[in-house]
Design a protein around this ligand. Structure first.
Ligand code: ATP
Ligand code: MG
Length: 264
């Protein structure tokens, strides 16, 4: 993947979190990266663009009644882009920075409607611009649906950087190769993370193998942590466990993202 910076538009630094296969840890990493960036004093947005299988709101401890409007309503012309936004800064007890969330609906009819009607890339751009202007955002993190579908291509087209997450399962690795090809074709800078490395696997060897295979640096090789899985997606793990190794590794990723953002 290219590491050059090709910022697409003015506004916040836009990061799409993606993987070819499902269940690689995208939403977990999106929520925790967003909090980690906010704790660095940044104004951060995190958006659930997994319209077919939304889940970020669960990690952010929100319920249906907290989300009166969603991104689906915006795409269906029922509200403005800024109306669905929920400011979580105080709710999550963040002492620094700001964190706002753009939810997707998990009501079956909303999901079906938005998937069948679709939405335009231009509307997606407008949503990010308006939300960022109102909340003075430095960064927008976009959680995506796995694989290649329209929302993936829209997110990739609009973002300044793609964070690709892969497990080391052979199916994931094959798919990650496909995603890297797409990122390169779109000339999008990418950052590769290996996640859920099973206990007993030599992570340094994994890093070398993936870097050789993809001809691209691997920013972090994140172990499988029983504690993260045991949290059952009910919380932003690093908030309650700031000294955990997972928090330390995500901080390294944040460093790389901030360096890339500064260079644009
Ligand atoms: N490093 C890790 N160690 C242990 N468990 C992890 C790790 N990363 C993520 N998980 C767990 O894996 C599960 C799937 O994570 P998550 O929902 O974030 O994946 P996803 O890629 O967003 O899935 P989907 O493609 O369905 O949207 C969750 O239970 C999460 O807690
Ligand atoms: Mg997800």
């Amino acid at each position: 993947m290219t590491t050059s910076n090709t910022k697409s538009t003015d506004g916040p630094f836009k990061v799409a979190i993606h993987s070819f296969k499902g269940g690689t840890g995208k939403s977990t990493i999106a929520a925790n990266l967003a909090v980690s960036l906010a704790l660095e004093g940044r104004n951060v947005g995190v958006m659930d663009l997994d319209l077919a299988g939304p889940g970020l709101h669960v990690l952010l401890e929100l319920k249906q009644e907290d989300m009166k409007l969603t991104l689906n309503d915006f795409f269906l012309d029922k509200c403005s882009a800024v109306e669905p936004v929920i400011d979580l800064t105080r709710r999550l007890g963040l002492k620094k920075g700001k964190l706002v969330f753009v939810p997707a609906s998990f009501r079956a009819d909303d999901i079906v409607r938005v998937l069948s009607k679709g939405y335009e890339i231009q509307n997606f751009r407008i949503a990010i611009q308006e939300i960022s202007r109102l909340h003075n955002l430095d960064c927008m993190i976009i959680d995506t649906h796995p694989g290649i579908d329209k929302s993936t291509l829209v997110a990739m087209g609009v973002c300044d950087m793609i964070v690709l997450i892969s497990r080391i399962d052979s199916q994931d690795i094959l798919g990650t190769g496909v995603m890297i090809e797409i990122a390169n074709t779109l000339k999008k800078p990418g950052l590769l993370l290996a996640n859920m490395i099973p206990p007993g696997v030599d992570r340094e060897k994994v890093k070398q193998r993936l870097e050789t295979l993809f001809n691209s640096p691997v920013t972090e090789v994140i172990p499988f942590y029983t504690e993260v899985l045991r949290a059952l997606s009910t919380e932003v793990f690093i908030l309650k466990n700031p000294d955990h190794d997972f928090a330390r590794r995500l901080k390294n990723v944040v460093e790389v993202l901030q360096t890339s953002a500064r260079a644009t």
